[in-house]
Design a protein around this ligand. Sequence first.
Ligand SMILES: *Cc1c(COP(=O)(O)O)cnc(C)c1O
Length: 549
Amino acid sequence: MTLAQRLARPEILALPPTDTAAAAGGAPIGGSIKLDANENPFVPLVGGGLAASVNRYPEPQPAALRQRLADLYGCSTAQLWATRGSDDAIDLLIRTFCRPGEDSIVIVEPTFSAYAQFARVQGAKVVPARLTDDLTFDAEAVIATCLGAKPKLLFLCTPNNPTGTPVDPADVRRIAAALPDTLVVADEAYIEFSDSPSFAGQVGGNLLVLRTLSKAYGLAGARVGCLIADPEIIELVSRVSPPYPLPSLSIALALDALAAERMPIHDQRIARLLADRNLLAERLRTVTEIRTIRTGGNFLFLEVDDPAALAQRLAAAGIRLRFRPNAAPGGVRVTVGTEAENAAMLAVFGLFEPARASRRAELVRDTKETRIAVAIDLDRPEPRCISTGIGFYDHMLDQVAAHGGFSLTLACSGDLEIDPHHSVEDIALALGAALRQALGDKRGIGRFGFALPMDEVRAEVLIDLSGRPFSKFDGHFDTPEVGGLPTQMVPHIFRSLADSMACAIHVKVEGDNDHHKVEGCFKAFGRALRMSLAIDGNATALPSTKGVL
Ligand SMILES: *Cc1c(COP(=O)(O)O)cnc(C)c1O
């Protein structure tokens, strides 16, 4: 008997395997006449394209999403079962392997409450091991508990919720090797925020992994997660899974959010949450009522002297933190929020940050021709990460951001197989819109221009962030393209920027070499932007006698 057969409940082994590819009476689902599932043929009475196919059942295991998650996590689709959040995967595992009244799971307390909750509902015993007194992970103690309890499942949450405690990858491997008759489940809900590598690419035998889109990818409301395990375990779990675990709206949302051109912004958001988390820890270290601070995931775990008093102040400020007295005396879990939310939380601890509106923007712009995601921070020079699909255009926009002194993450999936035109124009529109959004009410910024030489070329750009779109381009090119960028698109780019930024842009360029001329325009534009974006002395004054720009 295989490991999965030995461990699974006999009732589950007796169930017939589910055919997840179950086709609609032979014909493929897409494009066929579906009279097989008692669905209503009329589209739902709600607006928006996403809801269009909600009258139909979703795919039992949506193939595109399964593939995307497998690519994201570095496993095969046969090793992955998409679930309604990873909560659902915990429940499925317990119901597949634990017989009521007979089998047990081991958890390492204090930890995520769902493991014990689902086990109790199933009638499985919950045997606790514990973190040490200073809340570190003790592999020997966990192995000893498991050798005594002989559990079907051991849940290792790494980094642990709520304490942030990591489990050393070497310990995970050692534990799995020491317990050949237990399924060792690494719950990696927060692994994206950790230095430790994921085990998703190394599952097999008795090592399983849970992943979720709820935390790092901001899709908690869509309820999408997965189990990653040996295909034989996946097959058994599939017998217990509800027939359509994921709503079609959630499937569409998840695929949209995980599209290739969105990924650089996800990476940047994760990095920002981590940086903010570490900054919060540093600030909170100065607060005497906080005895200890631990970090892990996208949260901090504090131990405070007087949780009741803190709860009162939080209620007055309208802020919710999670009190976890069972995890540690005075234990409080604090999730990292937005800049404004974090500042409000710090204020409850008597820490007041100088208020400054951040000049950031993130936006997505999707059409049938292009899909673009942009993130900008006018007050940080890094990171710059640009991928338009046209190498030379990447280089030009990098010049704009570098000389403009702002961070720019921009990615586009466009129909370059037709022509660069759509991508080039739409990217300029998206970039302009993001700049405009990041500028907010434009307080503290000016109107400027810049001229620069590049060898024999002279390029000059004047910008007035006037609220009125206008563009003027004085110059011409002799060659049809430079590095894949059609030169006739260059004036067009500045016009699109002027339109979407609602500003006046005048460009004048003269010289001999077209490469130099194009590059000169973008560099001068970056320099002129830097001057006009800079907050000069009076950060609240508008550079207009009209009082509005
Ligand atoms: C949040 C959380 C989950 C649940 O994630 P969903 O995918 O939203 O169900 C699982 N495990 C841990 C440790 C969590 O903190």
